[in-house]
Design a protein around this ligand. Structure first.
Ligand code: GLP
Length: 261
């Protein structure tokens, strides 16, 4: 696991976007996994900038969402599909048929979960998966005690996660769905490269538990310790509780320039 600590949120975007650009340069049909929430926004802002500057384009790339809310009408702006279109994919010209997410409006949801797994496999799996982390250590919407081998399925959100996400629903907790479909932890672990982004002091505790604590279903993100290619990009406040913070900075400062993330 590589941990990159940058001074502030502003430096997060270029570091992660460079890895996305490198992927799109190295593969003709890259598969990018997208997270929602606010953590990846600096990355998406940088990708939009690079797209406008003609440095990067979506080409034949496809994108897969980690998760989606259940129980919202198809035109609801709170759906993650609508959110990601607004903050990234429409802005960089990704055709809507190249954006995939769990099909939460189908009648047979068990089938929809299975089909989503199949769809990811049909595209050869996710090359680079961007992840955020919930304050309780969740990735995707895999709340604490999710099986570390879980596949795409329906989950019930904790009240804390609903509270954390109420800001996307005008602060109205009652409007936040209780159920979601999320890629499982086992599904996420199959991506070639996992890039977790966390910013702000509010993430310091869960980041320290996930990176330096024991691997436990109580902290789903701790499972990243088992993955062979993980990059964690943090700003100083999010990294402030890491015992090895200085070592990570030293390592990154002395990284050979030819070595990407
Ligand atoms: C939601 C999303 C996660 C995201 C998490 C953290 O629960 N399903 O993918 O990582 O929120 O969100 P934020 O980045 O806004 O703190």
């Amino acid at each position: 696991m590589e941990v990159v600590v940058v001074p502030s949120r502003d430096e997060v975007g270029p570091v992660v976007a460079a890895a996305v650009v490198a992927l799109f340069q190295s593969k003709s049909k890259p598969v990018l996994g997208l997270a929602t929430g606010s953590s990846p926004l600096p990355v998406y802002e940088e990708l939009i900038r690079l797209h406008r500057a003609d440095v990067w384009g979506v080409g034949q790339g496809v994108c897969f969402l980690l998760d989606e809310y259940l129980g919202l009408v198809p035109e609801h702006p709170g759906l993650y599909r609508a959110y990601i279109r607004e903050v990234l994919t429409d802005r960089v010209g990704l055709p809507t048929q190249h954006l995939f997410g769990p099909e939460v409006h189908r009648e047979d949801l068990t089938r929809a979960c299975r089909d989503y797994e199949q769809e990811i496999r049909a595209y050869g799996g996710v090359d680079l998966q961007i992840l955020g982390i919930g304050s309780d250590g969740h990735i995707g919407f895999n709340e604490p005690m999710s099986s570390l081998a879980s596949r795409t399925r329906i989950k019930t959100l904790t009240e804390q996660t609903r509270l954390d996400n109420a800001r996307f629903f005008g602060g109205d907790l009652d409007a936040v769905p209780r159920h979601v479909i999320t890629q499982g932890i086992g599904t996420i672990l199959e991506a070639e490269h996992l890039v977790l982004v966390a910013t702000g002091q509010g993430k310091a505790d869960c980041v320290a538990k996930a990176l330096e604590g024991p691997v436990s279903a109580m902290v789903p993100a701790s499972v990243l310790q088992f993955h062979p290619h993980v990059t964690v990009v943090l700003d100083e406040p999010a990294a402030c509780k890491l015992a090895l913070r200085e070592y990570h900075k030293y390592t990154f400062e002395h990284k050979p320039s030819w070595q990407g993330l």
